[in-house]
Design a protein around this ligand. Sequence first.
Ligand code: GDP
Ligand code: CA
Length: 325
Amino acid sequence: MKITVIAGGVGGARFVRGVREHVRRSAEEHTIDVVVNTGDDWWLAGLRIWPDHDSVLYTLAGQNDEERGWGRRGESERVSAELRTWGVTPEWFTLGDLDLGTHIARTAWLRAGETPTEVARRLGARWDLGVTLHPATDDEIDTHIVTPDGERLHFQEWWTRHRARMPVEQFVQQGIEAARPSPAALAAIAGADVILLAPSNPVVSIGPVLSIPGVRDALAAASAPIVGVSPIIGGAAVRGMAEACLAVIDVSADAGAVARHYGARGAGGVLDGWLVGEEDAQAIAGIEAAGIAARAVPLWMKDANTSAALAADALDLALTLADVG
Ligand code: GDP
Ligand code: CA
């Protein structure tokens, strides 16, 4: 079975690890393709940084810092201290030494003329990931926030420096009109037997992927069922600040509201199915009324077992829908 996951950083990484774990435990042959959000990407100190891609990469490689929740394990920050002293990087953003190695390698390959897709292939080849990572686009679509006063900041500055507390009028993906999905991402969507939307931030992780011209059409045309997993459990985003982002687009932090925001594929949206937490079972009727099949399952990815079980639930719902469709 060919499984394609659309994912952001932390929630995306945990979910993809669960999908891989589930697949490894099953006897069937599987391939896993991950279309990764590039909306968080940015340039800093002359280096191209891919936060979501690297979160997924390090997590699948077993190189992530589990306690801190981001970056490499066994990390040091000698170079970062130097860069701050030089005034090249701001106080509020730390680049670990090992992580800098990734950014330098990536930037070198990009400077040599390789596409982000090719660079992702090189980065992924270092470890036995068991999945293939595809940047959603080879174009730059860095997310910026626009304040009510019309000030513009890169998303990273708002998120990391201001902890998402500065008022936002809207999110803008710079260059999105001219962007195209990467051919590899399109192929992963068209060739999939099952498409899963990871429990990632709907506004700044999944949203940017869906806003790349051509992605929604590709999903609409895909023969695979599309099942999403709610990043909102019991009315709150776990691990993150997704509520602040949802408020900007007037979607309440509610598992049903997020499903209706994505919309049913039969009604111009992207979902055939949606998993909510057991504590949100009362949301199912409203989701199904919108044309999306819904189920309540345990949604917390605490460890390998709970993450694999969530992946199994998502695949199970997808296969039920494939039989019907
Ligand atoms: P980011 O790019 O690093 O912000 O990560 P993502 O966009 O992939 O995921 C962030 C979102 O993942 C958070 O807003 C949470 O709502 C969601 N999330 C994190 N951990 C879990 C979990 O265990 N279960 C579920 N259902 N969602 C989670
Ligand atoms: Ca992100």
